[in-house]
Ligand binder design. Structure first.
Ligand SMILES: [Zn+2]
Length: 378
C-alpha cells in the first residue's frame, strides 16, 4: 500500500515543497512542486540521519549486551537517526573480538523500531598515546603488534576503523582495509603532514573528529587536520556540539571541504540523553555537566551528549543552509559507507524519513513502515 507525504523536502541542493510516495518501505516517487501550497505549509521532510561514530545513547552502551544495543538503537531512532554503527572506544585486546561478535549476532535481530545497524566502528586500539583523548593509554597498541589472525577476527562487519598513520604497521593496515572496502579513518594522531598524506595515499578515506586529538591548523607545523582539509577526496568527521570544535571554525571547514565530504558524527557517550551525572566510557570514569562530558576530574573531553538532530540544528543556527547540514548527516555518511540504498530523498532509496518542525526538532521518524514519535528535544 502506498502512502503519500507532503511537506518541505530536504533535497541535496535545497529545500522545496513537494510530495513523497512510500511503498513497501521504499521511496517510489519524490516530486518537488514549488507551487504546492499545502506542501509549503507542511513539515520539513529530511532523509533519516546516519551516525557512523556513536558509543551509546540514552544510558545504553554500544559495548554492552544485546539489550543495550536494542536500547541504543531505539533511543537513536527517536532523535532522527535511522542508521548507525555501534562504535567501540579502545577496549582491551582480548575484548575486541567479543564486541565484534556481539554486534554481529545482534544485527539480524535488531529492533524494527530502532536505528538500523550496518556493522560496527572500532575507534582504537591503534591510536597514538600522545593523542589518546579519552581512551585508556594502557590499552593502546600499534598495528604491528597485532597478528594477522587478530586483525582477521575483527574484519567481518567492520565498516570504519580509526588508525594513527604514524604507528608501526599502520600504512600496511590502511592498505588492507582499503582493499576490503572498510573505511580507514585517520585520527587520534600526532602525524606530520607527510605522515598524514602517506595515510591518505595508502587508502584512508576519512578523518576521525577533525581537529580533536590531532595537530591543529598550525601555519608552521601542519599535520593531519591540514592534510584532511586540503584533500578534496577525503571525508572529515565533525562533532558539531559547540564543545569539541569552536563554531568559529565551522565555516572554515564548510568552505574548505567539498559539500559532499563533511560527515557529522555525534561521538556520543552512553550518557547522552540522560541527566547530568557520572558514567563510564571504555572503562574510564567520566562526568557530564551542563552538556559537557569530560573524564572525571579533568578537562579532557570524553565525547558528546548530542545526537545528529542537534548537530544539524547547531550548524543551521551558525548559518549553514539546512540542505547542506542535512547532507552532512545523511547522504555523506551513506556514501562513506557505500550504502547507496539510503541517505537521500530519491526514488528507489529506502523510505528512511525524519519529519522536523520549524525549529528542526524531530516530530516523528520512519524506516518505511509505520512512524515512531520523535524525542522533539530542543
Ligand atoms: Zn569516539
Amino acid at each position: 500500500m502506498a502512502t503519500e507525504l507532503r511537506g518541505r523536502l530536504v533535497l541535496a541542493d535545497g529545500v522545496v515543497p513537494g510530495r513523497l510516495v512510500i511503498e513497501d518501505g521504499w521511496l517510489r516517487a519524490v516530486d518537488p512542486d514549488p507551487a504546492d501550497a499545502t506542501a509549503a505549509g507542511g513539515p520539513i521532510l529530511a532523509p533519516g540521519f546516519i551516525d557512523v561514530h556513536v558509543h551509546g545513547w540514552g544510558g545504553h552502551d554500544a559495548t554492552g549486551d544485546a539489550a543495550a544495543l536494542d536500547g541504543m538503537a531505539r533511543a537513536l531512532l527517536r532523535q532522527g537517526v535511522t542508521t548507525f554503527l555501534p562504535t567501540a572506544p579502545t577496549l582491551a585486546e582480548d575484548q575486541l573480538p567479543g564486541f565484534a561478535d556481539r554486534v554481529r549476532s545482534w544485527m539480524p535481530h535488531a529492533p524494527a523500531d530502532g536505528a538500523e545497524p550496518l556493522g560496527f566502528n572500532l575507534e582504537g586500539p591503534f591510536l597514538a598515546p600522545s593523542r589518546k583523548g579519552a581512551h585508556d593509554p594502557a590499552l593502546l597498541r600499534a598495528p604491528a603488534a597485532f597478528t594477522d589472525d587478530q586483525v582477521s577476527a575483527l574484519l567481518d562487519g567492520l565498516r570504519v576503523m580509526t588508525i594513527a598513520p604514524e604507528l608501526p604497521g599502520a600504512i600496511e593496515l590502511i592498505r588492507k582495509l582499503a582493499a576490503l572496502g572498510i573505511a580507514a579513518s585517520m585520527g587520534h594522531s600526532a602525524a606530520t603532514l607527510e605522515e598524514a598524506r602517506a595515510g591518505y595515499l595508502a587508502g584512508a578515506v576519512t578523518t576521525t573528529h577533525l581537529f580533536n586529538a590531532m595537530t591543529g591548523v598550525d601555519h608552521r607545523q601542519p599535520g593531519l587536520a591540514v592534510a584532511a582539509l586540503a584533500d578534496d577526496a577525503v571525508y572529515v568527521e565533525l562533532i558539531a556540539d559547540r564543545n569539541h570544535v569552536h563554531p568559529a571554525l565551522w565555516p572554515l571547514v564548510l568552505r574548505t571541504k567539498p559539500a559532499d565530504r563533511l560527515v557529522l558524527v555525534s561521538d556520543a557517550l552512553p550518557l547522552a540523553g540522560m541527566p547530568d551525572g557520572p558514567g563510564w566510557i571504555g572503562g574510564l570514569a567520566c562526568e557530564v555537566r551542563d552538556g559537557r562530558a569530560t573524564l572525571a576530574g579533568t578537562d579532557t573531553l570524553a565525547g558528546s551528549v548530542i545526537a545528529l538532530d542537534t548537530a544539524v540544528r547547531n550548524l543551521v543556527d551558525e548559518g549553514t543552509e539546512l540542505a547542506a547540514a542535512v547532507l552532512a548527516a545523511s547522504a555523506n555518511p551513506a556514501s562513506l559507507l557505500g550504502a547507496t540504498d539510503r541517505g537521500r530523498l530519491e526514488p528507489g532509496r529506502r523510505a528512511h524519513v525524519v519529519e522536523l518542525d520549524d525549529a528542526l526538532r524531530v516530530r516523528r521518524v520512519t524506516r518505511g513502515d509505520g512512524w515512531i514519535e520523535g524525542a522533539g528535544r530542543a
